[in-house]
Design a protein around this ligand. Structure first.
Ligand code: BDR
Ligand code: CA
Length: 306
């Protein structure tokens, strides 16, 4: 079986940790590289978290450190959701710094993509700064990317501002570069992320499922993406779920742009569901998810972890 080669760009992040666990232990995926980006917390913190996860999972995928700030806007963070460390709630062992490549994330992605025989799928689950820099510095990579399956955006309201979702809000200019890149994009945004919930009874099962489930249970106790009792939002796992099980989602092909100038709406994904702008479709937008099947999928996949 030929495994599907992917690069994950991430800012762990508690829901990132869940998505990473599923991807790293999936037998059909070949995770070639993981790149980190400033987002939920600072670049140093998310990179440290990524290395802590890698050690915990006992995996040896190279990790490259990327952008420490957005392209233009000032950094915002989500430590109110993920805790001061970005992954509060579990005592990880000290990580192995040797997993960190000397290359910057953009250079590491460029090398991996250009040297690969198969086209690579990018799975960004944080702000899009690294991917935008990659496209600006090395536009030739675009032809060697199968598709981008990203977590970000919304067809309606936001979670970082009235209208904007966090990953797009955190670096709107980068998002605009990526959405207008011409590379096929799947957008798994808030329309599905808000419905991709894990409930207390699921968390209780995770607690004793395996080491990963136990670790995630403790992160969930601190995670404020939703509430432990009413449902925790597995935003980033939606991108990995689309990658592995696209029939969980209802999608629409349409034109998407990013608002950069709105006084109240900067960072909003403008999803032209009714064709007002008369532009060709550039994004497959996930507009709905079968929440029960998603949850079942998530639990089954976490069972495959260490
Ligand atoms: C996104 O924002 C982050 O806090 C999560 O990790 C996810 O990538 C959800 O809006
Ligand atoms: Ca994330």
């Amino acid at each position: 079986m030929i495994k599907r080669p992917i690069i994950i760009d991430t800012d762990p992040g508690i829901d990132d940790a869940v998505a990473l666990a599923i991807a790293l232990f999936n037998e059909t995926l070949d995770v070639r590289l993981i790149t980190t980006v400033n987002g939920n917390v600072s670049l140093d913190k998310v990179t440290y978290n990524m290395l802590r996860l890698m050690k915990f999972f006992d995996k040896h995928v190279p990790v490259a450190k990327g952008a420490s700030t957005p392209l233009i806007v000032e950094p915002v963070d989500a430590s109110d959701i993920h805790g001061e460390t970005g992954m509060d709630g579990y005592e990880f062992e000290e990580p192995d710094e040797g997993m960190l490549l000397d290359d910057h994330a953009v250079i590491a992605m460029y090398k991996e993509i250009m040297n690969s025989e198969q086209k690579i799928t990018l799975v960004p689950i944080g702000p899009l700064t690294n991917i935008a820099l990659l496209f600006r510095m090395y536009p030739e990579v675009k032809d060697k990317i199968e598709e981008i399956i990203l977590m970000g955006g919304s067809t309606s309201r936001g979670n970082a501002s009235v209208m904007a979702e966090f990953n797009i809000y955190a670096d709107p200019e980068a998002a605009k570069i990526v959405f207008s890149s011409g590379v096929p994009i799947v957008m798994a945004g808030l329309d599905v992320g808000l419905k991709a919930l894990v409930y207390p009874e699921d968390s209780e099962i995770l607690k004793d499922m395996n080491d990963t489930g136990h670790m995630i249970y403790h992160l969930f106790k601190k995670y404020r993406g939703g509430s432990f009792n009413k449902g925790l939002k597995m935003y980033d796992s939606c991108a990995v779920a689309y990658l592995l099980q696209p029939d969980l989602f209802e999608t629409v092909d349409t034109f998407v742009d990013v608002e950069l100038n709105g006084e109240l709406t900067k960072g909003t994904t403008v999803v032209d569901l009714k064709g007002y702008l008369k532009k060709a479709s550039n994004v497959k937008v996930c507009i709905d998810v079968d929440a029960d099947r998603f949850k079942q999928w998530l639990m089954e996949n976490l069972k495959k972890c260490k």
